[in-house]
Design a protein around this ligand. Structure first.
Ligand code: F6R
Length: 600
């Protein structure tokens, strides 16, 4: 979703800003812009489309040591040049970039900005016009900025330039992510450390409603009412190689290939000196004391949560409900007496999940976040965090984070179950290691998946994914992967459910992918496959070794029945990838999608 960068220092800001925006491309955007400030004042360049288009629009001869930049994912107003950020106030004095949504922008416009002509359809423009108005009324820039912030309802990450001060970037955030990066001769601003890793690995976390003055030699953080706050920088544990594609054609392919390593890293990260799997004692206690777990998540993370439910119920004996975050907050079910909330979020920034977190914290409940991003909003605002250790996930379609979420949930459920004295008759560490090898075996036969994509999906209009038990959960994820990157309409179903309506859609040649990894329901799902084949479906059965039959299209290695999702999802990811390639889709940046969905 939208991204912000800012640079204040000794070098040419333009190139650093453009490179920073390129690093934010993965979040999803439809237009981009930068503003630079030199002795001639502030100059804005913006363009609809990709950063490559913006690059062409930027005057190569403009040199400036201070500037801000933005990638926009349209919420208010269509994606076009006019609505792209930065936005400039009517007098031309202030220039602003904004992430987030200002809910009361219409009211503010009516109350304060009557008669001021708006140049865009965005909520953002109201902010910059308010700063201008208050400064014309006699406030200093920082006072005008503070007064404006105090009026805003909604989410924002902001960076502001003042045409009359070429030394300062004014920064603030509320609910949207924003960091300040520090260097010897410069300071920077970024939605995400990755954007500025090119110049520094030292970052300062910002909290909601703080006002930050970023000069090239100084960063001053204050509360909204002006109290100065000291906060030391931390070192971002990221490496440029983590965020580069290297020789891979796409991040998605690189990230799928990393999955065996991710599972092995999780084993290492969660084992103690005695070589046993463990989680922090306070998390273990919170889990064991809960009478019910409420897993809250969106999209792929929700699908991982469905599998997590099985783990906690089967290994730890704790009842679990799994909820879509955008629904839960506005239609809360009756809660148990001692609930524990588990938020699953790759980015740790998903606004739909965060609104639930805010509500349940207000109600006095405890929260555990399972995330890939240390220091992310959900992690900071929860009582406990379990990290995924998957490394940055850049492709919009989540792959390695899903596998990591399942593995970490398995560890948490296993450790909790053991602590509660449940009879668990297997060694999870060994089984995870076996699963890591099995994932590798699937990855090593990519050519098979490429052929399956060609045979089943090259001209398909739609596709179905079916399974029973955990295979059903994976079918949902397989369908999501296919639709988001190839734009083929795809749905995941419980095998037994198709015949209750959806089977009407099966025609000659309709692709149906069926997973057969669960012994107890293997015959049932095979029966469901026969039902669709009898109506013309082109069925592709993916079975686990030991359960295969003649005619199955792919046999995946045998792993522990609870861990099959770690392996069975991989062929579905790869099939989706090749289907998207066959259709010449932009695999890493599918249309209309954002990596980190920071608006509700
Ligand atoms: C799909 C995908 C999304 C995310 C969802 C939640 O491939 O990536 O469905 O899973 O937007 O994002 P996080 O996990 O960051 O909360």
């Amino acid at each position: 979703m939208c991204g912000i960068v800012g640079y204040n220092g000794a070098f040419d800001a333009k190139e650093i800003l453009l490179k920073g925006l390129e690093k934010l491309e993965y979040r999803g955007y439809d237009s981009a812009g930068i503003a630079v400030h030199n002795e001639e004042g502030v100059t804005v360049f913006k363009e609809k489309g990709r950063i490559a288009d913006l690059r062409k629009a930027v005057d190569e001869d403009v040199e400036a040591a201070i500037g801000i930049g933005h990638t926009r994912w349209a919420t208010h107003g269509v994606p076009n040049r006019l609505n792209a950020h930065p936005h400039t106030s009517a007098s031309g004095r202030f220039t602003l970039v904004h992430n987030g949504v200002i809910e009361n922008y219409h009211l503010l416009q009516k109350a304060y900005l009557k008669g001021i002509p708006m140049q865009s359809d965005t909520d953002t423009e109201v902010i910059v016009q308010l700063v201008d108005l208050f400064s014309r009324e006699g406030l200093s820039t920082v006072e005008a900025f503070r007064k404006t912030l105090s009026l805003l309802h909604g989410s924002y990450a902001l960076a502001l330039l003042d045409n009359e001060d070429s030394e300062t970037i004014y920064v603030a955030k509320n609910k949207s992510p924003l960091l300040v990066g520090v260097g010897e001769t410069f300071n920077v601003v970024a939605s995400d450390a990755m954007a500025m890793l090119q110049v520094t690995d030292q970052f300062i976390e910002l909290h909601d409603k703080e006002v930050v003055i970023v000069r090239k030699d100084r960063v001053q953080i204050t509360t909204l009412d002006g109290r100065v706050i000291e906060r030391a920088p931390y070192t971002a544990e990221l490496d440029m190689s983590d965020i580069e594609k290297g020789t891979y054609p796409h991040y998605m392919l690189k990230e799928m290939d990393e999955q065996p390593t991710v599972v092995r890293k999780i084993i290492q990260a969660y084992e103690n000196e005695a070589g046993e799997l463990t989680i922090d004692a306070d998390i273990e206690q919170a889990l064991t004391e809960a009478d019910r777990l409420y897993i809250i998540a969106a999209g792929t993370s929700y699908h991982a949560g469905l599998i997590g439910k099985q783990y906690f119920e089967k290994m730890a004996g704790i009842p679990v409900e799994v909820h879509i975050s955008s629904e839960f907050g506005y239609n809360m079910p009756l809660l148990s007496k001692k609930p524990l909330f588990i938020f699953i979020s790759q980015s740790g920034e998903t606004a739909d999940s965060r609104q639930v977190l805010v509500k349940i914290k207000e109600m006095g409940h405890k929260a555990l976040t399972v995330t890939n991003v240390q220091g992310s909003t959900l992690s900071r605002e929860s009582d406990y965090t379990l990290l995924l250790h998957a490394g940055p996930e850049i492709a919009v379609a989540s792959t390695k984070a899903y596998v990591a979420q399942i593995a970490v949930l398995a560890v948490a459920a296993y450790v909790t179950g053991k602590a509660a004295g449940k009879a668990i008759d297997f060694d999870l560490k060994t089984e995870l290691a076996i699963a890591a090898n099995a994932i590798q075996t699937v990855i090593d036969s990519k050519d098979v998946m490429e052929q399956i994509a060609e045979d089943y999906l090259k001209i398909a209009r739609n596709a179905f994914f079916i399974g029973r038990n955990v295979d059903f959960c994976v079918a949902l994820e397989g369908a999501l992967k296919l639709k988001e990157i190839s734009y083929i309409q795809a749905e995941g179903f419980a095998g037994g459910e198709l015949k209750h309506g959806t089977i009407a859609l099966i025609e000659d040649g309709t692709p149906v992918f069926a997973l057969v990894t669960q012994e107890a329901v293997a015959l049932n799902i095979r029966g469901n496959v026969k039902e669709v084949v009898a109506r013309g479906a082109n069925a592709c059965i993916i079975a686990m070794e030991g359960m295969e039959e003649e005619g199955d299209r792919l046999v995946i290695p045998n792993v522990h029945p609870l861990l099959t999702p770690l392996v069975s999802v991989v062929p579905l990811q790869l099939i989706s990838y090749y289907a998207a390639l066959h259709r010449r889709c932009d695999v890493d940046k599918p249309r209309n999608l954002a990596k980190s969905v920071t608006v509700e």
